[in-house]
Design a protein around this ligand. Structure first.
Ligand SMILES: Nc1nc2c(ncn2[C@@H]2O[C@H](COP(=O)(O)OP(=O)(O)OP(=O)(O)O)[C@@H](O)[C@H]2O)c(=O)[nH]1
Length: 344
């Protein structure tokens, strides 16, 4: 057996930035490289795993796709991550490259730190941390404090604590990156794209490359093989949480809503957009039954931008459940959201 370490790429990026879409593109274009995936998702509907398994790519068979749902990968390293990796390496056909999709709320640095564990360190190396960025969300100021509001508050009181959890997660993900993908360029004009790129470059480490992309379409040759050995370079990756590595996840809230079958896809999407706007929902995703349709509807919302398509036929005997994961900042009004969505 070769003693060479297997490279692992960590794909980070805020909720809905396009991580799954990018990984799907890698799977479909990886040529003859044997890949394995570890997917860590927030909420237990398992949308990302389903999407990636549906690619049916020969070089990444189902047994090479491990989902670690619920919880933060970086906080459950010993219980979940290490055993999952060990099982993967025990396969007769070991993967050539492992891709780890973190949840959109995960901080990448503690996960890179997991590669310092002896069981992992001797066999794997972090080839690179890739930060996928929703360019439109940055352009809309999603991750910046509302400067006017801060100025007003500052005028009213002497000291101000304006911790913004979205900004912190976003900045941590960017500061840990070896490569930044400015995604969703189709939603930006050239001036916006240039401004966003400048902001990203200033938040990333020096000399980190930025690549613009639409739907994560970047050649796997650019993404894989960075040879960064990030686990040896942790001190150069600043985090808001360096002083308190045992971070908690109290800033965000997620829950699953079950819905009756929708009578009409377009009406459902309009309702979801209204709810997302009214409650400042960050992410909604899941599968829905539409009455009279043999296919299930995949619904993907990032803020109030909702995409949907029928992704596959319901299998015979499969429960036609309609379940959506809803994620937002702490204080989401679950009852009001569930009530609004339950309305016909
Ligand atoms: N307009 C546009 N939409 C995109 C692009 N890339 C991805 N999307 C859409 O954005 C939504 C979220 O994409 P995902 O790939 O699921 O994002 P993610 O980062 O894996 O999401 P989480 O795992 O929930 O954090 C989906 O509806 C995608 O179709 C893009 O370049 N342009």
């Amino acid at each position: 057996m070769s003693a060479q370490k297997i490279p692992a790429t960590i794909v980070t990026g805020f909720l809905g930035a396009g991580k799954t879409t990018l990984i799907r593109h890698v799977l479909e274009n990886a040529r003859d490289r044997r890949l394995a995936l570890v997917i860590n998702e927030f909420g237990d509907v398992g949308v990302d795993g389903d999407i990636l398994r549906a690619c049916g790519v020969e070089n990444c068979p189902d047994e090479n796709i491990v989902e670690l749902a619920n919880g933060c990968l970086c906080c459950t390293v010993a219980d979940d991550f290490v055993p999952a990796i060990e099982a993967m390496l025990a396969h007769e056909k070991r993967p050539d490259h492992i891709i780890i999709e973190t949840s959109g709320l995960a901080l990448p640095k503690p996960l890179v730190k997991a590669f310092e564990w002896p069981a992992i360190r001797s066999r794997l190396t972090v080839d690179g941390v890739i930060a996928v960025i929703d360019g439109k969300a940055v352009a809309e100021g999603r991750f910046a404090d509302d400067l006017d509001a801060i100025a007003e508050e500052r005028a009213a009181i002497e000291t101000i604590d304006h911790d913004n959890p979205l900004e912190e997660v976003f900045e941590d993900q960017l500061a840990c990156a070896d490569l930044v993908i400015l995604n969703k360029t189709d939603l930006l004009d050239e001036d916006e794209a240039r401004e966003v790129a400048a902001r990203l470059t200033s938040g990333a480490r020096a000399a980190v490359k930025l690549v613009r992309a639409h739907e994560g379409r970047v050649d796997p040759l650019v993404l894989l093989g960075l040879a960064a050995a990030a686990e040896n370079d942790l001190d150069n990756r600043p985090s808001h949480h360096d002083a308190e590595p045992d971070h908690d996840h109290d800033d965000f809230d997620s829950f699953v809503v079950s819905l009756p079958a929708a009578s009409d896809a377009a009406a459902l999407v309009a309702k979801l957009a209204d709810v997302a706007r009214a409650h400042d929902v960050l992410r909604i995703k899941g599968f829905v039954e539409v009455a009279g349709k043999p296919m299930r509807l995949l619904v993907q919302g990032v803020g109030a931008r909702i995409q949907h398509h029928f992704d596959r036929a319901w299998n015979p005997g499969e429960e036609r459940a309609s379940r959506l994961v809803v994620i937002g900042q702490k204080g989401l009004d679950r009852d009001a959201i569930a009530a609004a969505l339950a309305q016909p």
